[in-house]
Write a protein that binds this ligand. Structure first.
Ligand code: HEM
Length: 478
């Protein structure tokens, strides 16, 4: 509902047009149909309202790519370039405002943006270079976490029911976060629980405060004593990055890990519902399936706003200086100029999609996120011989969000594979005493390694009961 502060007498241009609300039941059910309707009516850029605020919605591939690439710095990501915001017309309690006001690399331009982005690129490098020891250790830890989650999931018996979103796809990236952050197991559990609460509520605000305090403390600790982890590498890359700046950058991880969990869920959905994709999974082409799902069902469907720095023609409209534009990756991918050529059951796909962004703000973590998805789906399909939804796929619940598009639950009947049954059988035996490296990396693809529920790479071999209790707390706090 548009309030009086947006009345045509107050603002012209965008607001003088009829505005369609974005978050409707239609959109939740099938965003592609809404994109099609908007495209037919307005072309590649449409006037919409997002939770009561007027915004341009870019759904044309060329337009979205052009704005992402940001030639001649025509667009800003800084909220103070939003005219309505500067004029005090955006309500202080508008739900997306706190996100758009964030003081981190995602919402800066130019030199300030480059200065904050540099540490990310440098900090992620060791984890994304397949030849590095860091990347190899992380990969082994990822496999172990997947197997631990699958082990807990299968505790109901060799066949049963589970929610693959809540019990597998979404917690997995949060477990990986601890390896990236280099935190101790106790602290790691608290932080993961707060990352989860931040995204799922309740007590989202409390979780934000606690998580920020924990990340600030972590930044201070890593400055004193470096480790082989993301914060230490980021400090090394830019020693004058303050602890507060580093903590604010690391706060972004919750969102990114949520996108990763969402993409995992979208790939699992495709793998269960599209037999041709399952075939390609079985021949080991999972990375290609991940790429394809990033295109056909991007987890991050829409991006935060860009603000026009000067008047610019976009699609059929003239965008006034200070107008906000929301970029729709999902809309761009269904633009007939781009996506029309792709048949749903084709196993090949284009790499020219925009799921990882483009231009100066392009995701610096594409490889790592793809790897997390690939390993999660590969291990799942290896550990379970049958996965069927407990209800028709079209009735599965979608999560309501202006940005993320994914199922809120993936309820399945499962049957575990023979090889996993054997691994689980032997998991009752005590884990062999391990040398440092193998303790850190126990379960290197060969199974649960005694059911370890290690939440860090600090060398713990944890009983599965600990992971079970931890997952129970996560699910209980939803
Ligand atoms: C499936 C998972 C992910 C998706 C779909 C994704 C996608 C994206 C996209 C589209 C952007 C550009 C946003 C914009 O232009 O407004 C972005 C930026 C970013 N991503 Fe990712 N990302 C994912 C996972 C991750 C992970 C796991 C990390 C870190 C470990 C990460 C770190 C970042 C950072 C730091 C930026 C901001 C870059 C900047 O503003 O210069 N992403 N991501």
């Amino acid at each position: 509902m548009i309030s009086d502060r947006w009345s045509p007498s107050a603002v012209e241009g965008l607001i003088s047009l009829p505005l369609e609300s974005l978050l409707t039941e239609d959109y939740e059910a099938d965003p592609a149909l809404v994109h099609e309707r908007l495209r037919a009516r307005y072309g590649p850029v449409a006037p919409i309202d997002v939770l009561g605020v007027p915004v341009w919605f870019a759904i044309g591939y060329d337009e979205v790519l052009h704005i992402m690439q940001n030639p001649r710095d025509m667009w800003s990501k800084r909220v103070d370039h939003w005219r309505a915001y500067a004029e005090g017309r955006v309500p202080a309690d508008w739900p997306l405002l706190a996100l758009l006001q964030a003081d981190n690399s995602g919402f800066h331009d130019g030199e300030r943006h480059r200065a904050l982005r540099g540490p990310w690129i440098a900090g992620l490098r060791p984890f994304q270079d397949p030849g590095s020891e860091q990347a190899q250790r992380l990969e082994r830890a990822m496999v172990r976490h997947c197997d631990d989650l699958a082990g807990v999931l299968a505790e109901g018996g060799p066949a049963g029911q589970a929610d693959l979103a809540a019990q597998y796809g979404r917690p997995f990236p949060l477990l990986v976060a601890n390896h990236l952050l280099g935190v101790t197991i106790e602290r790691g559990e608290e932080m993961i629980e707060d990352q989860w609460r931040l995204l799922n509520g309740p007590d989202s605000a409390g979780a934000y405060q606690r998580l920020y305090a924990a990340l600030l403390e972590l930044a201070q600790a890593k400055r004193q004593r470096r480790g082989d982890d993301l914060p230490s590498y980021m400090i090394e890359a830019k020693p004058d990055l303050t602890d507060e700046e580093l903590a604010r950058e690391l706060m972004m991880l919750s969102g990114f890990l949520d996108f990763t969990g969402s993409l995992i869920c979208n790939v699992i959905f495709e793998a269960i519902t599209n037999p041709r994709l399952r075939e390609s999974v079985s021949i080991g082409a999972i990375e290609e399936v991940v790429n394809r799902v990033a295109l056909t069902n991007p987890a991050l469907a829409n991006l935060t706003f860009r603000y026009a720095r000067s008047e610019v023609k976009l699609g059929r409209f003239t965008i006034a200086p200070g107008d906000p534009v929301m970029l729709s990756i999902a809309g761009a991918h269904t633009d007939p100029r781009f996506g029309g050529a792709l048949a749903r059951d084709s196993v090949r796909s284009t790499r020219a999609h925009l799921a990882w962004g483009a231009g100066p703000h392009r995701c610096p973590s594409q490889r790592l996120a793809t790897q997390m998805c690939t390993i999660a789906v590969r291990q799942l399909l290896d550990r379970f011989s049958a996965l069927r939804f407990t209800q028709p796929a079209e009735r599965l619940p979608w999560r309501v969000s202006p940005f993320v598009r994914t199922m809120s639950a993936l309820p399945v009947h499962y049957e575990i594979s023979r090889s996993f049954a054997l691994t689980l059988e032997s998991a009752g035996e005590p884990a062999p005493p391990a040398a440092k490296d193998s303790a850190q990396d126990s379960g290197t693809g060969g199974g649960t390694g005694g059911g370890t529920g290690g939440l860090t790479d600090e060398g713990d071999a944890r009983p599965r009961s600990r992971l079970r209790a931890f997952l129970g707390r996560l699910l209980g706090s939803q």
